[in-house]
Design a protein around this ligand. Sequence first.
Ligand SMILES: C[S@@+](CC[C@H](N)C(=O)[O-])C[C@H]1O[C@@H](n2cnc3c(N)ncnc32)[C@H](O)[C@@H]1O
Length: 237
Amino acid sequence: MGEKDKLEMHTNVDMSHQNTLWFKMKLFLDSLKVNGVVPTIKRIYQRIYYKQKGVDFSTQNLHNLTLVGEHAEHGTALVSTSKDLLERVFSELEALSAVKIKKELFIDYGSGKGAALIHAHNLGFKEVYGVEFAKELNDTSLENIKKLNLQNIHSLNEDATAFMPPKETTLIYFFNPFDEVVMRKVIENILEAKKYFIEDVYIIYGRPTCGALLEERFTLLGTKEHESGTTVSFFKV
Ligand SMILES: C[S@@+](CC[C@H](N)C(=O)[O-])C[C@H]1O[C@@H](n2cnc3c(N)ncnc32)[C@H](O)[C@@H]1O
């Protein structure tokens, strides 16, 4: 686990610096250095597009939010997945598994403001499910989906442990959402659901703080270190 991953583990960690102009300038310069000019311009264009539509993917901690369920102390603050990251990890998964992943049903555990849900929909998934325990974040997610007029995205205000993956599931996404107390229960649910899954199911786990737990129960396909410092692990259920 990278230092950055450890720092962003706790529910009430203050992430507000990620919304400052200084932080955004740094992201821009880093992106120019790592990705080059064209991808950086594409990224800026996308941000402008979402801003114009009134879509909000901003970083937020969970302090003072209305959390459903019993795991208030076990979740991490909201940091949204970018479209570039989801596209990249999806390609990395296909390369590591050496199969074309079926774009049937995508699940994001701890879906925040719906960023990964919207990107998965745009990647071509037929059905998309998000589970988010903070009511206010899920409300923003529902508003974002509405503003973009997207169909077949289900953003649920639930604790992750209360959700059973549908039988059509093909891809499960975690972006460092919670600690091992929650992860253990979620893993049990996935194993239960495995009995009725129709297709092979894969897992992408960004900032895999509980990666060792998944390694015990699923097949690790590989781990990638991104230039940004983010680690991503890939599993087959
Ligand atoms: C690092 S963010 C990831 C957001 C989103 N997956 C994305 O990639 O854009 C983690 C999210 O998990 C949510 N979360 C934490 N614990 C949870 C739980 N037990 N059940 C559901 N959501 C949870 C947090 O509220 C936060 O929005």
